[in-house]
Design a protein around this ligand. Sequence first.
Ligand code: DNO
Length: 393
Amino acid sequence: MLKTWRWFGHGDPGTLPMLRQIGVEVIVTALHDIPNGQVWPLERIEALKKEIESYGMRWSVAESLPVSEAIKYAGPERDALIENYRISLANMGKAGVRTICYNFMPVIDWIRTDLEYPCPDGATTLFFDKVKFAYFDIFIIGREGARERWDAETLAKVDALAAKISQDEIDKLVYTIIVKTQGFINGNVKEGDIDPVGIFRKLLGQYDGISKSGLRANLKYFLEAIMPVCDEYGIDMCIHPDDPPMQVLGLPRIVTDADDIRWLLNAVPDPHNALTFCAGSLSSGAHNDCVAMAREFASRTRFVHLRSCEVFPDGNFTEAPHTAGRANLVELVRIFERRNPSLPMRVDHGRMMLGDESKGYNPGYGFHGRMLALGQVEGMMAAVRDEIKQGLI
Ligand code: DNO
């Protein structure tokens, strides 16, 4: 697979010269300053592409070209937004950036409750605490019917937490769940927004009455509208699985397991309707067998995210080292490397370590932790290529 790296542009403390030194071949990035829903102009795409090439790397994957909420909930401005999306796609195609990672998660993208969870060795990692998240759902958002979503054991722990949680801890939880993790990926709530909870509640309201099948229909509508452009320019639309792969806050999520992915690939059978195989998101659901899923969906996978989660019996989960956890990255490398050695692959959610904590990296996207992970995956790839060469697999 090709070694790619998610780079957040000129504000990213990890610079293009640094990435070149660690053997990155392909940059994964986006025009992060363009507001969600607006067209990505051809000149801007070409200028960024040229700049990346001047450092000896290529830009061939965009993550993300974000899908506006009104496309997901089928608001009145849906067709105008899809038209803008089609123009952006055509511009990407003209510039030769032909792998697009996107997601169809309503309101909220990836969810964690702790961004600096201490590891025993002194590094920090990302963590999802089910009780804290249920507290957020019931007491902070105050969603109608939220208590029915959670089991009795969790509810008892949530009530115990509610009796002792401080205002600072509440503020931190809000900031983590709806600002810090969302802002840097073109989320709906950004740093500096006043009343993030109010904005968030309003967004949730837009999905009232939208079930799983309703959201599926909206995804199908969107894909059918953009596939002609993808066919014309050879663009792969690679959907990112939901992270974590479960229903949250009363919202439907539709890329959570093998059935969902099967549905999606069959509903729009065009080969450009493809998958980002995010081993981390999929492995954070105890119901998912990542190796079986990779075998089944490798032929429609056009982009790979390698990381691995550890899921605990109480439903909490965390990022495991890339050599451990339930995703089984070694076997995934075997599957994808045999299928297509030039598949773009990036490591994801490294630990924060060795001073990266103070440099302003986005959570999960520090330099040293991802560099370590890339080294580990590179070792797996070298061993697997050798297995292939020797005819062992
Ligand atoms: C988080 C990321 C996601 C991902 C988007 C893709 O670290 O994996 O935010 O980039 O969902 O659209």
